[in-house]
Structures are given as C-alpha cells and as structure tokens.
Design a binder for this molecule. Structure first.
Ligand code: GLY
Ligand code: MN
Ligand code: MN
Length: 436
C-alpha cells in the first residue's frame, strides 16, 4: 500500500528539483467512451497518480514550490448528491484536503478564475505539452490572458519546461514500498499463469485460458490486467501483440500466454509458453531450450553496473548460436549477428522498464550512451523465437512455433531479483505442473 506519506514525499522530492518561482501543472486522465454513454473502466494517469494517489477524472494538480499559502493544490469535481447516487462517490475539494493532503482544493469548474492567478508572476511552467490538446489550449489561453494585461503590470511566465523528464527519472527508481507492491503483483500473476497451465487442454479456446488468468487476477484483488492479455495457440504465438484470443487450442501445439495484473497501479508482465497437451514435442523443446538459456543468461546480466543493452546482447548471442546449432540459420555466428540475421526469428528487444506503466517511463540512453543499470530499476527479460508459418527457408518441423519467456527483474545490490519466479519455466517443471 502506497501511503499518504509516500505520496507527500514524492511531491516534496519533485518540488526540490523545480526551479525557483515555478509552477508545475498535471492533468488527470480523461474518461474514455467505450460505447455511446458507457465508459472504459477508469484508469488514472500514472504521473498524476504517482504524485497524488487521487483516482478521479476531471482533476488538475498544481504544485508551487515554496508558496506560503500551500504548495499542493488540487482542482477536482465538487460533491454532488445526485451524480454520486448515479455514478459513485467523489472526494470533493473537502476530501482532497482531508484525505489526500492538499493544502488548497477548488472545484474544477472554477479553474478559469483561479489558475491564471496562480500562473501570474511565475517565471517557469513545468507541464507536459502535447499530451492533452484541450488542456494545452486552455493553458495557453490563460497565459495569453495574462500577457494581455502586461501593461497593467501582469507578468506572464516566459518559459515552458517539460515535466515528464524529471518525473520519469523519479519513477524509474522504485522505493521499498513500490517493490513490495510489485512483488505482490508478480506473485499474483505467477499464480494466475500456473492456473492457466493446469487448465489447458486441446479443444479449449484461447479466451478460456484468458478467463482463467483474469479470474485469478481479480480474485486476488488485482482487478484489471496491466495490458490486454495475449493468449496465442500454435502460430498465433508469432503475432507479437495477438489479442484476438479467439482460436481453439490444438493438440500438439504450444500456447503462448503474455499476461500480467495491475495492482495498486503497478504492473506485472509475464510470458510463458507451454504445450497445450502438457508434453513438448522434440522440435518445440529444442527451440524452447534456446530461449530459456537466453533468458536465464540475460537475467544474470541484469546487474548494477552493466549497461541497459547487455542483457539484450546476451540474448542475441545465445539465440543466434542456437538457431545455427539447430540449422535454422546457416553461417558464422558473429557474421549473422553483424547483419542482424536473427531478426527473422527474434524481432524485438529483450525487455523494457516496468512500473506503473507496463512499458514504463525512464530513459534508456543518457548522453546518447546506453545507461547503466542501478539498484531499484525494474525491467522485464523476455527473449523469444518466432518461426513464421510460411518461412520456407527452414525445415517444416520448425514452422509456426512461437516461444517467449518473460520475467520481471529488480536490479538490487545483491544481483537480480526475479519477481515472477512463482511460475515454472523449465520443460521438466512445466510438464510436472501440467501432468494429470
Ligand atoms: N506484454 C507486452 C510486453 O511484453 O512487452
Ligand atoms: Mn509481456
Ligand atoms: Mn514485456
């Protein structure tokens, strides 16, 4: 559980990096229509939630470092008895102060009257331009309004600075509390994958395994998947972001499941690939062992002091060597790597940052160089081999096999900590779990 103190510390840390006489402005995520007058389940913007813990739409966060009357200002929907009977409870400005620790809180409908006064006289505005066009226009209009009164002494801010960069650097490094939540999200997601492995059998539909997974998430309190669950049987595993999940599972095929829950706004991201009937065939096992060896070696390389690209580099080497050993690629391993021959089979990178967003924020390069891994960073390690069903350059037995193995890893002082170790990944362990 992220506490009020932690949200307050995040605001304090961010404000400490803002320049003198500045203001930072963030908007809540808009609601999204799903169909006519029904909406997708609401998900707060990650940056907004990171700083507030506030989960309602139609809200604006304003931070003004060192403002004597209070630094943390929240605009939000007013309490409304009738709307609350229909649509659910609202904190209102009173709740924003009492439950969320705002120094000042105002109805969102009053923002046109109040925010220009807060902007006036500040030198610099920290804001993520371009992400909310409607709000961008309103903000520029307020500033124009101040400019128009320049002759009567009004001083408009004259500098816009991107807030994302500062915030994303902070979000990249997870605190002990965040890691606790992420460990739990990883454990719940691992149990869900085990449940799907046990349920799998020929004739089931991909969406039925999706249902097993998502049932397990929700019944442990992780009410939403962190991203659209991928369940791809047979050659569907070669579609990297396959989300149709509508085919029936065939005896003799593998099935790839890429699914992770979101818990308290933190994501898990796990992929396992296993035989629908519980037994790997020889070609499936041969390719699987290559991916597994690459994944294990990449996890070993996920160490403080290594650069971000090192785990990826390790996977490229092992996968290319494996493809040569099995006869899917021909030639010298170094040459094949130099001309990216492996990308016919392995066309994505070995991982990404993980946190409140599944593809989390944070730079991968600093000054044009891969950045070094540091304790507190969380990343996925997810190599794969995908043999297109129509690849005529390889023997028939390999075609249509798609395999990915993905775990979530924290960089710690003592080495990599795998958050998602609760779901088996060796051939023997998977076959044991799936045995009748
Ligand atoms: N589930 C998306 C990914 O693995 O990156
Ligand atoms: Mn994934
Ligand atoms: Mn991933």
């Amino acid at each position: 559980m992220i506490t009020a103190q932690e949200f307050a510390r995040r605001r304090r840390d961010l404000m400490a990096t803002l320049s003198k006489n500045s203001i930072a402005i963030l908007t809540a995520a808009p609601e999204q229509v799903r169909s006519r007058d029904t909406y997708f389940p609401y998900r707060q913007d990650s940056n907004f939630f990171y700083l507030t813990g506030f989960h309602e739409p139609e809200a604006v966060l304003v931070l003004i470092p060192k403002r004597p009357q209070g630094q943390f200002i929240l605009f939000c929907r007013e309490r409304d008895r009738s709307r609350e009977i229909w649509d659910g409870r609202r904190a209102g400005p009173e709740g924003a102060r009492e439950q969320y620790g705002a120094d000042d809180a105002f109805p969102i409908d009053d923002i046109d009257e109040i925010l220009p006064g807060l902007l006036e006289g500040r030198d610099r505005v920290y804001y993520a331009l371009g992400r909310n066009r409607t709000f961008d226009t309103r903000l520029l209009d307020w500033i124009d309004g101040i400019r128009a009164r320049a002759r009567s002494g009004a001083v408009p801010p004259d500098e816009f600075v991107d807030l994302d960069h500062l915030l994303h650097e902070a979000r990249l490094f997870k605190t002990a509390t965040e890691l606790k939540v992420m460990r739990k999200a990883g454990a719940i997601s691992a149990r869900a994958h085990c449940r799907a492995m046990r349920a799998a059998r020929p004739g089931l539909y991909e969406y039925q395994l999706q249902a097993e997974i998502e049932h397990a998430f929700a019944s442990e309190g992780a009410r939403h998947p962190a991203y659209g669950s991928i369940v791809g049987g047979g050659a569907n595993a070669c579609v990297l972001h396959y989300v149709e999940n509508s085919a029936s599972l065939q005896d003799g095929d593998l099935v790839l499941i890429d699914a992770g829950c979101e818990l308290e706004h933190y994501a898990a991201d796990i992929t396992r690939t296993f035989p629908v009937n519980g037994k790997f065939s020889a070609p499936q096992q041969a390719l699987y062992e290559v991916v597994l060896a690459a994944q294990l070696a990449a996890i070993e390389a996920a160490r403080a002091g290594n650069h971000w690209d090192e785990p990826h580099r390790v996977t490229v080497k092992i996968i290319t060597q494996g493809l040569v050993d099995l006869g899917l690629l021909k030639g010298n391993v170094e040459d094949l790597i130099a001309r990216n021959a492996y990308t016919d089979f392995y066309m994505h990178r070995a991982g990404h940052w993980l946190g409140m967003d599944v593809h989390d924020v944070g730079d991968y390069k600093v000054d044009n160089e891969w950045r070094l891994l540091e304790p507190g960073m969380v990343m996925t390690v997810e190599p794969g081999i995908y043999v297109a069903p129509d690849n005529r350059k390889v023997a028939k037995k390999w075609r249509g096999i798609g395999i990915r193995i993905e775990d979530d890893v924290v960089i710690t002082r003592k080495g990599p900590e795998v958050l998602t170790a609760g779901v088996p990944k060796t051939v023997a362990d998977i076959e044991r779990l799936m045995a009748p």
